[in-house]
Design a protein around this ligand. Sequence first.
Ligand code: ADP
Ligand code: MG
Length: 268
Amino acid sequence: MPLQEMHDIGRPEVLRLTDVWKTYYGGHQAVKGISLTIGQGECLGLVGESGSGKSTLARCLLMLERMDKGEIWLNNRPLHELGTSELRNARREMQVVFQNPSGSFNSKLTIKDSLLEPIRCQNKGCPSFLGDTNNIEEEIAAKLLEKVHLPARYLNSYPSELSGGQKQRVAIARAISVEPSLIVLDEPTASLDVSIQARVLNLLKDLQEELGLSYLFISHDLSAVNFMSERLMVMQYGKMVDLCQRKELFAPERHPYTKQLLELFDVK
Ligand code: ADP
Ligand code: MG
């Protein structure tokens, strides 16, 4: 079956990319004609070795990077056609968690202020999933930390006082705080100790199930992507070479590169 036809996701669509291309200054083509769809409440996994163009694709869809051509539809709105101010609003529907948690925090802000930044910027109140907080910031922040299993005493700490795993939990709490349509997770556990990685993946998965979140989960590690995602997309040299449901991952028709990754990461 042609890969494009497998994009029938059987649920309302949150994000659709059509034929996205990105060439860097100097002529390197990092993304070559990628199309994908993510459904509501779905986790689409994107796997490929380092340098295959995953982060470039993520930055293009977050509109942090200008693409050469392509379409980006978020909740059926064409982001690629919007002007600057409209785009700023539409982009708020997407949150991102990057690999390096330290880079996502202002070292001079307390955890509470970092955590509440998106809610304040977007003039939003308490997210509906927290229940009753009387819209008191302190309470919202404490309950958000609780969602990612951190005690409220960290609210007055600074990023330097938290471990990498704790910071990544705060980054996750911040991403969910504005109830975005889509969360892009770009190697969210790659910089963490191996012992911590599984716990953060479990947290992400639990939150997805509990809150019905939609994820684009990006990793070079096929075992992590396999754990997180119902559907998997494989990128190599900027192209999509494979796309399948998790249960089809071991099917004989898989692309040779997918099979190579299965072996490399010992996925069973
Ligand atoms: P991945 O996230 O899969 O590791 P990237 O999207 O980071 O891949 O990179 C894809 C390719 O684009 C790599 O060859 C990388 O060196 C190149 N690249 C990434 N960012 C830039 C940039 N800002 N300028 C030029 N080349 C870049
Ligand atoms: Mg990357």
